[in-house]
Ligand binder design. Structure first.
Ligand SMILES: NC(=O)c1ccc[n+]([C@@H]2O[C@H](COP(=O)([O-])OP(=O)(O)OC[C@H]3O[C@@H](n4cnc5c(N)ncnc54)[C@H](OP(=O)(O)O)[C@@H]3O)[C@@H](O)[C@H]2O)c1
Length: 305
């Protein structure tokens, strides 16, 4: 964990340092290839099961990327694709089958689920020792105590990017925009734990005088889901910006009809930054790498003591 307290030096060119998740994820995958090979040599072939229900196109892309990444590092991957009309009982049976399968070490159910299904019941049904998304209340409890078994994937990816980018965290003022259970809240927990030692302000849609807070941030994390909402006037010179947002904005000039952008208005914010993550190619690839790291961790739990 970081113990650095100094400020991030600006690049001599005046351009911000780019915190590339693509490069970092490639480095993590190299480490994971070795970890998976070592586990296989010890008689355990790590296996990841991804459950998807219905035809949500974004979910299909996310799941495909997760399965491909698992295969790249030598893991066994199972993709359970259930029809849009699947009922709660059928989905629960599928999860229970995976819970009981000793060849499956990690299980995730891709969200969102179709409206007839209760995601909270599914999250609670996944065996906590196979809960590689770290959504089960038991694992969230361990996390909040500072004794995590798994790290939630997107926050862990952000911490890894900060570390690899030599960004000082200890003693720094971190402002997080968004308090979701997937991103903002667990990230606030992790950064405030001993070892990371950041001073964290967790903001949400009811936060007053938000630009006043964001302008005080040494590190600003944007996770609101509002496209290009953080503008240059909301940040101070020398800030480090982590853009978690992944938004589709209509763009008639693209073949797809849309472009991907973050929650940060890159053109006005980047010139003021010491460092910034791009979108795409920033936090996104790291989220997948951390999922694989958790699956390796879950497989290690099966090693004889
Ligand atoms: N790159 C990745 O791997 C990755 C992973 C997960 C999510 N994401 C992206 O990250 C973004 C956030 O995702 P999420 O799942 O955390 O979203 P979410 O569950 O919709 O939460 C959004 C949060 O932003 C807050 N918010 C909304 N408007 C705000 C405003 N005007 N001022 C301050 N806070 C505001 C909300 O406040 P309230 O609580 O008051 O409603 C909520 O806490 C999305 O673009 C998503 O696609 C990316």
């Amino acid at each position: 964990m970081s113990t650095m307290t100094q400020a991030v030096p600006r690049a001599a060119s005046g351009h911000p340092k780019l915190l590339s998740g693509k490069d970092a994820a490639a480095a993590v995958e190299e480490e994971l290839i070795r970890d998976v090979a070592a586990l296989k040599a010890a008689g355990i072939a790590p296996g990841l099961a991804v459950v998807r229900v219905g035809e949500d196109p974004a979910s299909a892309t996310y799941v495909r990327n997760k399965v491909l990444a698992a295969e790249r590092v030598g893991m066994r991957s199972i993709h359970e694709h259930l029809p849009e009309t699947t009922g709660q009982a059928a989905l629960e049976r599928a999860i229970e089958t995976l819970n009981a399968d000793p060849a499956v070490h990690g299980i995730l159910c891709q969200l969102p689920l179709p409206p007839q299904l209760d995601p909270n019941r599914i999250t609670r049904l996944i065996d906590p020792t196979k809960d590689v998304d770290c959504f089960h209340p038991y694992n969230v409890g361990l996390l909040s105590l500072g004794e995590p078994r798994f790290l939630p994937c997107t926050p862990a990816g952000i911490l890894d990017l900060l570390q690899r980018g030599d960004i000082p965290v200890s003693g720094q003022r971190v402002v997080i925009l968004g308090r979701s259970n997937i991103v903002g809240r667990p990230l606030a927990l992790l950064l405030s734990h001993k070892g990371w030692d950041a001073t964290v302000t967790l903001c949400h849609s009811r936060t007053r005088d938000l630009p006043q807070l964001t302008r005080q941030a040494d590190i600003l994390v944007a996770a609101t889901g509002i496209a290009e909402w953080v503008t240059g006037d909301m940040v101070r010179e020398g800030v480090v910006v982590i853009d978690v947002g992944m938004n589709r904005v209509e763009d008639a000039t693209r073949k797809t009809g849309y472009r991907l952008c973050g929650d940060v208005h890159y053109a006005s914010v980047a010139p003021k930054c010491a460092a910034i993550t791009p979108v795409p190619g920033g936090v996104g690839p790291m989220t997948i790498s951390m999922l694989l790291r958790n699956t390796v961790q879950a497989a290690r739990l099966r090693l004889p003591a």
